[in-house]
Ligand binder design. Structure first.
Ligand code: TYD
Length: 137
């Protein structure tokens, strides 16, 4: 299941005046974007995430600074370091994730396939494992 995760290399228009990157839904982003949010002003040592989504797919971009995204499918764990604003990490639904090791001034942009819905979250790891077992039956 972790093989569906991928780093997406966004277009980068290099220019002596400063570089520009853009994304279009269903082209560079493999879903229609329903919501965008961003995480910033993260105090040193804090961890965000710590949950999975039943439906939400997302692409996470380090717009500024760097942080690690730790992903887990109940069996394997992989860590991605994001530190370039022209790379996005695609995470399908059903994956447990945490964001950590935020640098000073890091900004994590999240492009989401769904609107916010608390009922889409699985916030307890034991419940997540149960969810996977039921989904795989
Ligand atoms: P949460 O997704 O748990 O944060 P994290 O980035 O650490 O996973 O969201 C934190 C709080 O913000 C939670 O109470 C839900 C609320 N929230 C919204 O109201 N709308 C949103 O789009 C998001 C992402 C979160």
């Amino acid at each position: 299941m972790l093989d569906k995760l991928k780093i997406i290399d966004f277009p980068k228009i290099e220019d002596p005046r400063g570089n520009l990157t853009f994304v279009q839904q269903n082209k560079h982003i493999p879903f229609a974007i329903e919501r965008v949010y961003w995480i910033y002003d993260v105090p040193g040592g804090q961890v965000r995430g710590g949950h999975a989504f039943k439906k939400q797919q997302e692409v996470i971009v380090a717009l500024s600074g760097s942080f690690d995204v730790l992903v887990n499918n109940g069996k394997q764990e992989v860590s991605y370091t994001l530190n370039r604003s022209y790379f996005g990490l695609y995470i399908p639904n059903g994956i447990w994730r945490s964001l950590q090791n935020f640098s000073t001034n890091a900004v994590a942009l999240v492009l989401s396939s769904t609107r916010f819905s608390e009922s889409d979250y699985i916030r307890n790891y034991e419940q997540y494992k149960h969810y996977l077992n039921v989904a795989n039956e």
